[in-house]
Ligand binder design. Structure first.
Ligand code: NDP
Ligand code: MG
Length: 381
């Protein structure tokens, strides 16, 4: 039977690649969503003929309704419209929305019993416990799309119990500024930060890769997905992005997943798991790669990694706070309003905005997000 799929954030870098995978693997598309790029989603609606589509921006949604009035696709608007698409009942809901805006749709899809293919890492960083508890309660799978987490997930196939795992090793490309000093980082421009050496991605995650906040967010994401302590997750800089991550077992055997840096591999595995389908992705030629290198991260210069580790270890609302500070500071940097090193400064300042709590509600996560964004803005005005 044809599997049904909803792609939330279908107009973005991951969303477009997910639809390419869906086209080749023969998925039926139930729902598509965007924030405001109506030209792209219009084309996608015409090709995939989803039952429903949503655009978060109200004006853009009104525009899309007119554009696709001749199709059978129902067009919804606002954050509620996106959530309704998440509740469309597809076998799998792939969430590739950027930022905390993805959290409520992830929960809506879980509550409705769909499996989740998760690219939107901010969902697990800000609301990890709520998301994992809800998925366990509903018996739905959360399949990682993020390449490192897909690599770990693939390296864990055949593992007979968590007590056999010693540690997870997340690889990091190091981004465009690997090897630079803080002094040098204080002068980097937006244009330089947007030039990632190995991956072509959306603007927010490209900046997160330059600050290495991305690796900190991924550490928290891995801790939730695989039920690990932060202390048992290590980071290894591997400039070529060929080994996508590794699992070390108690017998010191290490299993890794390798491939060319192309997100269509982890996207496809999340959609076809446990099966593997033929893929158009380039074959890995290790002789051509010739050399794979490994180094320790410079935790002092790229302070965001350990700030995320600390936030996860402190627990409660601290991860939501560091995520919010980073989202706001990342946006201010892209708008040319703050410098590159103001991003880690904002992430560090987020710790002063929240109190320690042992348990938290979804409302508290959203409140924390709002408070910290406001505090981050005030930090630079
Ligand atoms: P993009 O910026 O390219 O795409 C983001 C998508 O989310 C777009 O469809 C955008 O719509 C939509 N969107 C933005 N804001 C909102 C909102 N407020 N409400 C609803 N939809 C919204 O991002 P990426 O595809 O690069 O990344 C998506 C997620 O996947 C991120 O969490 C990222 O960390 C993660 N990820 C990405 C990787 C990559 O290779 N790109 C790799 C691993 C993880 P519109 O186009 O209309 O603005
Ligand atoms: Mg990644």
């Amino acid at each position: 039977m044809t599997k049904t799929l909803a792609v939330l954030g279908s107009t973005g870098s991951i969303g477009v690649q997910a639809l390419e995978v869906a086209r080749l693997s023969g998925f039926e598309i139930e729902a598509l969503t965007a924030n405001s790029r109506t030209d792209i989603i219009e084309e996608q609606i015409r090709e995939f003929n989803p039952r429903v589509a949503a655009v978060a921006d109200e004006k853009a949604a009104a525009d899309l309704k007119i554009r696709v009035a001749d199709t059978s696709t129902k067009v919804l608007s606002g954050a509620e419209g996106v959530e309704e698409c998440a509740r469309c009942g597809a076998d799998t809901v792939l969430n590739s929305i950027v930022g905390i805006a993805g959290l409520a749709p992830t929960l809506a899809a879980i509550e409705n019993g769909s499996n989740i293919a998760l690219a939107n890492k901010e969902t697990l960083v800000a609301g990890g416990k709520i998301v994992m508890d809800s998925a366990a309660e509903k018996g739905v799978a959360i399949l990682p799309v993020d390449s490192e987490h897909s690599a770990i997930f693939q390296s864990l196939q055949g593992c007979h119990g968590k007590n056999q795992i010693k540690r997870l090793i997340l690889t990091a490309s190091g981004g465009p500024f690997f090897g630079k000093t803080r002094e040098e980082l204080s002068k980097v421009t937006l244009e330089q930060a947007l030039k990632h050496p190995n991956w072509s991605m959306g603007a927010k995650i490209t900046i997160d890769s330059a600050t290495m906040m991305n690796k900190g967010l991924e550490l928290i994401e891995a801790a939730w997905l695989f039920g690990m302590k932060a202390a048992d997750i290590d980071i290894l800089v591997h400039r070529q992005s060929i080994i996508h991550s590794l699992v070390e077992y108690v017998d010191n055997s290490v299993i890794a997943q390798l491939g060319v840096p192309d997100m269509r591999i982890p996207i496809q595995y999340a959609l076809t798991y446990p099966d593997r389908f033929v893929s158009p992705v380039k074959q890995l030629d290790l002789a051509e790669a010739a050399m794979l290198t490994f180094e320790k991260p410079d935790y002092e210069t790229f302070a965001c990694i350990n700030l995320c580790r600390k936030a996860f270890e402190q627990g409660g609302l601290f991860p939501a706070a560091v995520n919010a500070a980073n989202e706001k500071a990342n946006e201010l940097f892209r708008e040319g309003k703050i410098g590159f090193l103001d991003i880690p400064k904002a992430v560090e300042a987020a710790f002063d905005c929240v109190n320690a709590v042992s348990d938290y509600t979804l409302e508290q996560v959203f409140e924390t997000d709002k408070t910290v964004r406001e505090a981050t803005e005030r930090l630079f005005i």
